[in-house]
Design a binder for this molecule. Structure first.
Ligand SMILES: [Zn+2]
Length: 213
């Protein structure tokens, strides 16, 4: 098998979650040690916990929900683009310089955000790198169908009207958030990112991996 990178964040009660989103709780429901036949746990968490996928319904009521996302968009050739600046937004300037080729449809951004995931108990950062509204428009205009980012949101926190999300999701672009791109070099890979199949879901945690091509 070719070399593989697991981009997924571990899900645990002390993981970093979006301010105001439900915290993660994992509680035993059945335990062998208590005389039960098997170990079974109960999980409480938000649909946008850790590494997860945003379907259009996340920001657009009535738009497609997570179980209807096309799996062929969630799997296939992907370009990892490194963005060196530690804060601010990714815009047309960075995207023009990114070396994307005609026909590229999946792009994952590796930024200094990924260093957050090396911390044992990360705090919500004062600033992180996100995709700006003009960058979102650029991606849509250039035929990108999937965008992945290495923080919990593709967009600056509190952006009025959420134009980055609305532009991407409104155009049917699949957004993956919460990727850990540590240790991944810029270049071309195969992506596999499969969100769990929550009927009517406004988002869903996913396992995301890159394969060497
Ligand atoms: Zn999300």
């Amino acid at each position: 098998m070719s070399r593989l990178w697991d981009l997924s964040l571990p899900i645990s009660p002390d993981m970093l979650t979006w301010p105001g989103d439900p915290p993660v709780r994992i509680e035993p429901a059945h335990r062998i040690a208590s005389g039960d036949a098997a170990n079974v746990s109960e999980i409480h968490m938000g649909t946008h916990t850790g590494t997860h996928v945003d379907p259009p319904h996340h920001f657009i009521d009535g738009a497609p929900t997570v179980e209807s996302l096309p799996l062929d968009v969630l799997m296939g050739d992907a370009v990892v683009v490194e963005i060196g600046k530690p804060t601010g937004t990714i815009g047309p300037e960075e995207l023009e310089a990114a070396g994307l080729a005609e026909g590229d449809t999946r792009v994952l951004f590796k930024t200094p955000n990924s260093a957050i995931w090396a911390e044992p108990h990360p705090e919500f950062p004062a600033e992180y790198v996100s995709v700006g509204p003009e960058g979102a428009t650029w991606l849509v205009q250039h035929g990108i169908r999937l965008v992945g980012v290495d923080f919990l949101s593709v967009e600056k926190r509190g952006a009025p009207g959420h134009p980055t999300h609305v532009t991407l999701l409104g155009a049917g672009v699949v957004v993956i958030e919460g990727l850990n791109m540590s240790g991944v070099e810029p270049g071309r890979y195969q992506l596999i990112c499969l969100p769990i199949k929550i009927l009517g879901g406004d988002g869903a945690p996913a396992r995301a991996v890159l394969l060497e091509v």
